[in-house]
Write a protein that binds this ligand. Structure first.
Ligand SMILES: [Zn+2]
Length: 390
């Protein structure tokens, strides 16, 4: 019901504006500043008879084209309430009026497109927005809504075409999005077409040189083809692109270094990362794994124990416990249960834009619909408070 009260000032303002115009031309203090038909319409709305109210407002429109804004506001309210059929009815009626200015018509068409979108009739919305793009000066909203539709429908090539038009108007615009769309196309390519996929990923990097996803996908393709050196080059570059994503690259890096039989070099690389990012738990844990392979159980345990003193983390504690050497038969299983329990509850991925958290990686945030805003999260004491705050 609260939306009805939003309508009152809009209707009142609209009435007042037309009244003022009227008075300027022809002053008559006895005449009411409001059209009585409005009160009739409002009355129907307040009595929850929206269809009768719409009839009244539509009749009013025929008499008075100054009320276009009111109609747009009313239809938007219906749409926001999920009553898309009513919104569509009002917008279609508006568009049919010959008295509309071109700008008002364009606005009503965009709104009708949004009605179709919220009704889930995406193909009709698409046609409408495409038609708007054919006009002499296409409204920028139409591009954004089309982009929205193509992302929902996962029509990545069409999304790229639209995004490129916006990009050509302003080279700073849509770079990251275009890169993500190419990554989507590359992921869809059948496994027999890795060359084609690599070309798509190259295009992704051309638009956004910091596209971590393209680097990871490229590395995966190279690994599949047995080109471990090429994969390494792509993976090690992720630190320059965005060090937050290093944890995503670690298992792939391990595969490459193992296949190349160069674990000592991996050991050195991990240590160099820790000089620049000393609290990255996942890197400490990967180094522990490498030490275990290279020098055995005890060395790995010693390393991790030392690290845990400086950077206490649940992941670290858990790994330490699973490395064995359990001297206390009751205490250790208890601690282990606790750590496992906490890790079970932990959300592994967090959107730094809107705070959405989940257990799987999404490159396109399901909540705020931004690209590359979700990052792997890590639980260590210094960031635990931060995570809980968001
Ligand atoms: Zn988000």
């Amino acid at each position: 019901m609260e939306w009805l009260f939003l309508l009152l000032p809009i209707a009142a303002l609209s009435g007042w504006l037309s009244a003022r115009k009227h008075y300027q031309k022809n002053y008559n203090p006895k005449q009411s500043p409001f059209d009585p038909e409005y009160f009739k319409g409002l009355n129907y709305l307040l009595n929850e008879q929206p269809d009768k109210a719409i009839d009244v407002f539509i009749r009013l429109l025929e008499v008075n084209s100054e009320t276009v804004e009111t109609h747009l506001a009313l239809a938007n309210l219906f749409r926001r309430r999920g009553e898309t059929e009513r919104a569509i009815r009002i917008h279609q009626n508006l568009i049919a009026r010959p008295t509309l200015t071109p700008l008002q018509r364009e606005q009503a068409l965009i709104e009708l497109g949004l009605d179709y979108m919220s009704a889930g009739v995406l193909d009709r919305a698409e046609l409408l927005f495409l038609e708007l793009l054919n006009s002499a000066s296409p409204p920028s909203d139409a591009y954004d809504h089309l982009l929205n539709i193509y992302q929902q429908e996962r029509q990545w090539q069409k999304a790229i075409n639209i995004a490129k038009k916006l990009h050509s108007q302003d080279p700073q615009k849509k770079k990251a999005e275009i890169a993500q769309f190419y990554c989507e196309l590359a992921e869809e390519a059948p496994s027999s077409m890795s060359q084609e996929a690599l070309i798509l990923l190259k295009k992704a990097s051309q638009f956004d040189s910091n596209c971590v996803r393209a680097a990871l996908l490229k590395a995966n393709l190279h690994i599949k083809d047995g080109h471990y050196k090429k994969a390494l080059k792509s993976l090690e570059h992720i630190e320059q692109q965005d060090p937050h994503y290093i944890p995503e690259a670690l298992p792939l890096l391990k595969t490459c270094y193992q296949q190349l039989e160069k674990l000592p070099a991996f050991n050195i690389w991990l240590k160099s990362i820790l000089i620049r990012h000393p609290i990255m738990t996942s890197v400490h844990l990967m180094l522990t794994q490498v030490i275990e392979i290279q020098y055995g159980h005890r060395e790995a345990q010693n390393y991790l124990q030392q690290q845990l003193k400086h950077n206490p983390s649940i992941e670290g504690l858990d790994t330490l416990l699973s490395l064995g050497d359990i001297t206390s038969p009751t205490l250790i299983p208890l601690v282990q249960d606790t750590t496992h329990d906490i890790l079970q509850k932990k959300r592994n991925y967090l959107c730094h834009q809107c705070g959405f958290s989940g257990k799987t990686m999404h490159w396109h945030c399901p909540s705020c619909k931004q690209w590359s805003t979700i990052r792997p999260t890590e639980l260590h004491s210094s960031t635990l408070e931060q995570i809980l705050e968001t």
